[in-house]
Write a protein that binds this ligand. Sequence first.
Ligand code: IPM
Ligand code: MG
Length: 363
Amino acid sequence: MAQQHYRITLLPGDGIGPEIMAVAVDVLKVIGAQFDLSFEFTEALIGGEAIDATGEPLPTDTLEKCRHSDAVLLAAIGGYQWDNLPRHQRPETGLLGLRAGLGLFANLRPATILPQLIDASTLKREVVDGVDIMVVRELTGGVYFGQPKGIFTTETGEKRGVNTMAYTEAEIDRIGRVAFETARKRQGKLCSVDKANVLEVSQLWRDRITQLATEYPDVELSHLYVDNAAMQLVRAPKQFDTIVTGNLFGDVLSDAAAMLTGSIGMLPSASLGEKGPGVFEPVHGSAPDIAGQNKANPLAQVLSTAMMLRYGLNQPTAADQIEQAVFKVLEKGNRTGDIMSAGMTLVGCQEMGNALIEILKQP
Ligand code: IPM
Ligand code: MG
């Protein structure tokens, strides 16, 4: 078979971003050699580093490079020094612009408990043992993007902040389809989360998802209000298989689901559009407090690389190989600070990377 060639745009970003990205690139190089895949890496600026270099969190050149690649691997953005800039210059605005610019409406955030890390969870072992949840979050609509938005001045001279939570039928249907298809490939259970008891936008959401379900008779659909869903996630998370929800509820619930697994430092994500390159990034942020100290956990970045191979480049065997290496590296007792427990070996970001490479290179 001819060698597959992939153009990958790397966005290391801020904080711990460059350190964890370096590990992911090393892993990809080894995987490339093993599976006869050639990766052409192009780096671009995003977030705070882009603001410092160009004044903008998402330079046009970055978006263009991403558009012309087969997949985008992103590490993390943000840091204290950029927190007080006007909104259009914040690192977060760059990330939202990237999602919107590439049309990445579907965000897949898996939260899976690894047996090796079960004691890292703050919840009881019997509550989290076996948890395997996929949150499908709508990513380019809802209150994050709805119009009107802004801080306006009323007739009395008082300021009034406004955001609008809005979804069209088409927006609900396309994320709904991704969710039903995802559930179908998993345990066949889909829970749609909304606030239909209060919000019109949620009523439409529920109506459309219910309608779509007739096309997926093999998937068992349920609905929960978001407050109840948050409660159920910490009370009895094993009842969930696939969750589908809007942008803001998905933001909140995916952090809660992540923490069931013990450390947000372990969780990857994939952001996908109708066509074109996806963006693959850890769920965690840039952790400026430990940046540059070789303390970061690179495993979420490495697992995001596996998601890139699986969902973005259709190389599932290579993805499996990376995931297996992550299990093995943990089995050997390697732990970064965020997942450290008694009897394990505390390692730095680079050492974790080296241990992974060693495992990957074993026949
Ligand atoms: C996330 C983050 C982002 C979001 C921020 C950084 C804009 O919290 O990816 O979950 O709210 O979507
Ligand atoms: Mg978030």
